[in-house]
Design a protein around this ligand. Structure first.
Ligand code: SF4
Length: 340
């Protein structure tokens, strides 16, 4: 399964090459409420048999409500979490079950950027020391090469070189995120998973950081998985978009086509809440009833059936599989809204 699309405004994924990363039936469960009593605890399916290819050079947007499993999937793709079942390959190598030692080269090639960079920046260390440590520990640069690279990293993320001697508290939120990006870039990664990287920032700063992500992708031939709940932000930066609901991908396709013609009722509802710049009018807002159900007790059949205006008896008994509805689109719905 490979659904990469080329869009000059969104970078140019290499369609002919094998995927940079591929997940097949990837699952992550957690046991919650476990006590010392044997057999206690319930299984929470945070990521439920997700299959996905990520092409070199693309930006895959991952969207969904809070609780959809998108952040957990991001942590599985970077192997910050162990994977419960399924396979995960990077550059053709299986890394889903690799131990920490075998993961060492992978850790350098795949980096994660978080919503709050402050949490991972040591308040007592200058930017210079933090970045230099990354460069030397990973043997990226040694000796005089370190200083030169520090300057390059600051240039790349649009910060003055003089700021290398500042401490994290001396920066604004946007600048701190730039430092977080510089630290991720220090190990010269191929893939960056960015988890809500702009959602804590002011709207004006968000646009600058989103533009920085796009510039860096083009300059450094990076590949991104960009996780966000803000669909307008995701549209700006993504080549393709995957929509998650209760741990599963319910729709995946090329960004502009998916935004113009959503095929899954959940995607339609999410998109109805944002303005459509390429349409004359606005879609009428579809209000989803109720909260996202608990992943401890997902609905039988289609997981979305409890909130879907189109649900039938079939939806309440049979879970739809992710199936192709057009050359560039996969949808998990018995009654897709759009197909070619
Ligand atoms: Fe709605 Fe049925 Fe499609 Fe699920 S399968 S999204 S309940 S129409």
């Amino acid at each position: 399964m490979s659904l990469m699309a080329e869009d000059p405004t969104h970078g140019s994924p290499n369609l002919a090459a094998p995927p940079l990363m591929a997940a097949h039936a990837l699952s992550k469960t957690f046991i919650v409420g476990k006590t010392i009593a044997p057999g206690s605890g319930r299984v929470l399916h945070a990521v439920d048999e997700v299959s996905l290819d990520i092409a070199q050079g693309e930006t895959l947007g991952l969207v969904g409500e809070s609780g959809s499993g998108k952040s957990t999937l991001g942590r599985c793709l970077t192997r910050l979490y162990d994977v419960t079942a399924g396979s995960l390959t990077f550059e053709g190598q299986e890394i889903g079950k690799a131990d920490q030692r075998a993961l060492k080269p992978f850790r350098r090639k795949v980096q994660m950027i978080f919503q709050d960079p402050s949490a991972s920046l040591n308040p007592r260390r200058r930017v210079r020391d933090m970045l230099a440590e990354v460069l030397t520990v990973h043997k990226i640069r040694q000796g005089t090469g370190v200083e030169a690279r520090l300057g390059e990293l600051m240039d790349l993320v649009g910060l003055r070189r003089a700021y290398l001697d500042r401490y994290p508290h001396e920066f604004s939120g946007g600048q701190r995120q730039r430092i977080g990006i510089a630290r991720a870039l220090a190990v010269e990664p191929k893939l960056i998973v960015a988890d809500e990287p702009v959602s804590a920032l002011d709207v004006s700063v968000q646009a600058q950081i989103v533009n920085l992500f796009s510039d860096l992708r083009d300059k450094l031939d990076l590949t991104y998985v960009f996780i966000a709940h803000d669909l307008a932000v995701v549209r700006q930066v993504s080549t393709r978009v995957a929509v998650m609901y209760l741990g599963s991908i319910v729709e995946i396709g090329e960004t502009d086509a998916l935004y113009q013609h959503p095929s899954h009722p959940y995607t339609e509802a999410l998109l109805s809440a944002i303005p459509q710049p390429h349409n004359r009018g606005k879609r009428s807002r579809i209000l989803l009833s109720g909260e996202i159900p608990s992943p401890l007790d997902p609905p039988v059949g289609c997981k979305f059936n409890t909130r879907c205006a189109y649900a039938t008896d079939l939806c309440r008994t049979v879970r739809p599989k992710l199936a192709q509805v057009s050359p560039e689109r996969l949808v998990a719905c018995h009654y897709p809204l759009f197909q070619e």
